[in-house]
Design a binder for this molecule. Sequence first.
Ligand SMILES: C[S@@+](CC[C@H](N)C(=O)[O-])C[C@H]1O[C@@H](n2cnc3c(N)ncnc32)[C@H](O)[C@@H]1O
Length: 414
Amino acid sequence: MTSASGKVFLVGAGPGAADLLTLRAARLLAQADIVFHDALVHPDTLALAVNAKLVAVGKRCGRHSSTQQFINSSLVEAARRHACVVRLKGGDPLVFGRAQEEIDALTAAGLDYEVVPGVTAALGAAADLGVSLTRRGLSRSLALVTPRIGAEEAAGRGWIECARHADTLAIYMAREDATAVASALIAAGRAPSTPVTMVVNATLAGHTQAMGTTLAALGAAATEHLDGPAVILIGEVLAETVTGLGGGGLAALDARTGIQVRPCDPMDPAALALLRASDACMQALYPPESNHLIDPAALAQDQTLFLGAFDGARLVGCGAVRIMDDDGRYGEIKRMFVPPEARGRGAAKAILAMLERHLIDRGLRIARLETGIHQPEAIGLYSRLGFVERAPFGSYRPDPLSLFMEKRLDAPVP
Ligand SMILES: C[S@@+](CC[C@H](N)C(=O)[O-])C[C@H]1O[C@@H](n2cnc3c(N)ncnc32)[C@H](O)[C@@H]1O
């Protein structure tokens, strides 16, 4: 190492959120004379480099990965001219970051360097989901893998060998190859029903999207157009998340965490189109196989909306609303489902409010629902929320155990 030259810091910027930076990284950015940064580094992070010249490098900056050589030589050259050179990389520099090539170039040039770790994408995604990637009794191993082989790279030992044995997998740079990845994993012995969650824009609140599915359906799920980098998490530890996310298709925006979950299963194109078109901030398409409360046939009805309430990434309830009256005055709240563990946490109330809002948005003035005559808790809730008992519609022949309730919606009528 030459003391006359400066030092190069290979710094992890984390996967997205600017405040996931280490204090050391922030201090170095403030000191830096020049910063070579990846394309996806948050502007607020770059703003910490108050005195530095900023140089965008990396594929998404319009350069090809083959310009790694250019980056290597730029770092060497910069270290000869500046005291503090920062190479700022997304996530952690040592995880799929080509840091070793830069380290080798610096070492060969006799230059001093230091690595400052960052939060890697898989861990940011797990944090978004609130899911531990290791878990007692379920997962004792975690593999970070990628099927991607760079142009000038030897294939080496197949990633699938590692993926076959690890309990939990975090797969980087794989969205475009999701179908092949899933097939390879199934061929390698992973069950087609293995839970999978793909997280896009991890840690970027308001932009994060998570899709829960199974290995068998991963290919179809990954074709959903989602903008931003994606990491695919696979393994039994994701089971609850996937169930919560709908296990195959849903759309939701969780206001608390900013995770948006979108329809991902081609169960019913009409219903998915409807969900996409809807401006609901919380929506869910509940999977028929895990749901005996919402009739899958209703998915085909254009006028039916399915909405879900979320706690974090977990679905804590869902409901369906249908526009039913000839003159458009009535909307029917078809069904609501709140699992026992979510009761008493306001989920039912939240779902009702969402359902009502959708009726209001469509210019309907009366919400109507049907409930079981022997469901005092539900009847009590509806009464408290302004619903009153009404006779069924003239032509409708109700189940004798059904009770009909109505509420005038406090909506501006268009
Ligand atoms: C070249 S690798 C860099 C990985 C990075 N060094 C890290 O530790 O996260 C880029 C890949 O990381 C993943 N990735 C990076 N940021 C992400 C984010 N915010 N959300 C999801 N995946 C992300 C994607 O798989 C993307 O294709």
